[in-house]
Write a protein that binds this ligand. Structure first.
Ligand SMILES: [Zn+2]
Length: 498
């Protein structure tokens, strides 16, 4: 195997995949056709490549070992992706073309999600949710059963105990240790969560958290009452202004292509596609306004800046591949500005009272997400330790409902699952971000986002692309690896005494 040739092909493949995602989710191309692209590169994802990098990883040291690990993860994920790309395409295309009937009107399945979070009438919310669940059970789940069971079989035929074991080996850290740490977070925040989330449900919907549904939370999270501060027209200027305060002028970054046009089939949630790192990065936004729209914009903007600032002369294996918790951490670093009280007052123009209300609200939402991902990890470990998915729908509903109290319905048990244990990347990224943020606050002050030195610092850590793991980046900053206590303490402190 010629590793250099493999890397060149990998870069060209990744560029085409991301371009296809961009075109489809930007509403510029109706069909998503990943299979054609996979078929162009048979040499990248055969079992031989996976075994080659597995051996290389096991038998090398230092930089070679790191590079082998990145390539092993890429080839194994790609191998699995390719084997079942035809099912994944069918699922995405079904989702894009599915319609549900609401008030005698046909609404696209994807758009019904937005309708749900904007619907004030709880009966109607339940109705939309029921119709979405029915479509999921009848149209998506048969394909999803086939998809996940095929993945599980494939992992075993590869010599791993199961799919969970496969990704734990490849990603190189202990999923069960992370599960335990998150269990600790869940139990230490139990009473805080019940108290504050319960109060939020009471105040906003006049219902108790017990017996509520996930769709009720979708409406609460939408938080229309804060819309006046998060105007659609202001989204892009505010993002650009914030970056400019840190010394980053996105208008002069010709490698970031911002697509802000409105199109019928464009994803309403912002996203970023890295077609060529660092020279061709798409930042795709369709402003709708509202706090979650701002958060998504800053999150995806964080990804875009990370990859746009990555050094072009880094090895391909370090520009595109590696531990995604790193890029997610940088994305959260910007996203979490939306609950920085100072930024809300300084940049968004909130008064003190509104800033207090809003940061309190977001602290509860933040705790929700930590507990949701703790549940997702626990459930995904159950789902992926077995070959068959039968009966896991009930487990899904139990685990998520236990952590979040509001009802999670069994129908979503295969749809609410990310491939390759991506949930661990978010969890590790939250822990990582809490530590990086602590470092920045100490070094650049509590108005760090106005400090050009903070911008220079970010540009510097971004420039290493994906080369270093979160643990390694933290070691450069004098921390001893990932430590969940920073995240846990922040979360508790934001809610204690409110
Ligand atoms: Zn992200």
């Amino acid at each position: 195997m010629n590793i250099d040739e493999f890397c060149i092909d990998a870069e060209s493949f990744l560029g085409k995949i991301d371009k296809e995602y961009y075109l489809h989710f930007a509403g510029l191309k109706k069909e998503l056709n990943l299979k054609i692209i996979y078929d162009e590169y048979p040499q990248l994802f055969d079992a031989g490549s996976v075994n080659f990098f597995k051996d290389l990883f096991n038998n090398s040291k230092g930089g070679n070992k790191k590079k082998a690990k990145h390539l092993l993860e890429f080839s194994a994920e790609g191998y699995m992706g390719k084997r079942f790309a035809h099912i994944a395409d069918r699922i995405a295309n079904n989702e894009a073309s599915s319609k549900i009937q609401i008030d005698d009107k046909e609404v696209s399945f994807r758009y019904s999600d937005i309708m749900l979070s904007n619907e004030e009438d709880s009966k109607k919310r339940s109705l939309i949710e029921d119709k979405r669940l029915k479509t999921t059970a009848e149209i998506f789940n048969p394909d999803l059963v086939q998809f996940w069971e095929s993945m599980h079989t494939e992992a075993e035929s590869f010599g791993y105990k199961n799919y969970a074991d496969m990704f734990m080996q490849i990603k190189g850290f202990d999923f069960y240790k992370l599960e335990k740490e998150m269990d600790m977070l869940v139990s230490s925040t139990d009473s805080l969560y019940r108290e504050h989330m319960g109060r939020l449900f009471q105040n906003k919907l006049n219902i108790s958290l017990e017996g509520s549904r996930a769709s009720d939370f979708a409406f609460i999270k939408r938080a229309k009452e804060f819309d006046m501060f998060f105007k659609k027209e202001q989204l892009i200027p505010i993002f650009k202004d914030t970056m400019r305060m840190m010394g980053i002028d996105i208008d002069n970054q010709s490698n970031i292509i911002m697509d802000v046009d409105e199109r019928e089939n464009k994803s309403p949630r912002a996203f970023c596609c890295t077609v060529k790192v660092p020279s061709e990065i798409y930042l795709v936004v369709m402003p709708t306004g509202g706090q979650d729209d701002y958060q998504a914009m800053f999150h995806e903007g964080g990804h875009a800046e990370h990859f746009a600032n990555t050094k072009g002369n880094l090895d391909i294996a370090y520009r595109y591949l590696g531990d995604s918790a790193v890029t997610e951490g940088y994305a959260f670093c910007l996203e979490n500005l939306a609950w920085d009280r100072n930024w809300l007052i300084d940049v968004l123009g909130m008064n003190n009272e509104a800033a207090d209300d809003f940061t309190y609200f977001l602290s509860i939402i933040n705790l929700f997400f930590l507990r949701r991902y703790a549940g997702k990890l626990k459930y995904e470990l159950l789902l992926h330790s077995d070959k068959q998915v039968k009966g896991k729908d009930i487990e899904y509903s139990h685990v998520l409902t236990d952590n979040l109290i509001m009802k999670y319905f069994p129908e979503n048990y295969l749809k609410d699952v990310d491939e390759n244990f991506y949930c661990t990347n978010y969890i590790r990224a939250w822990i990582f971000e809490a530590q990086v943020k602590e470092y920045m606050l100490k070094k650049f002050g509590y108005k760090w986002y106005k400090n050009r030195k903070a911008g220079d610092f970010l540009k510097e850590i971004w420039s290493y692309g994906m080369k270093y793991s979160p643990e390694e980046v933290l070691e450069f900053l004098d921390y001893k690896g990932l430590d969940i206590n920073y995240l846990l303490n922040n979360t508790i402190n934001l809610l204690k005494g409110r």
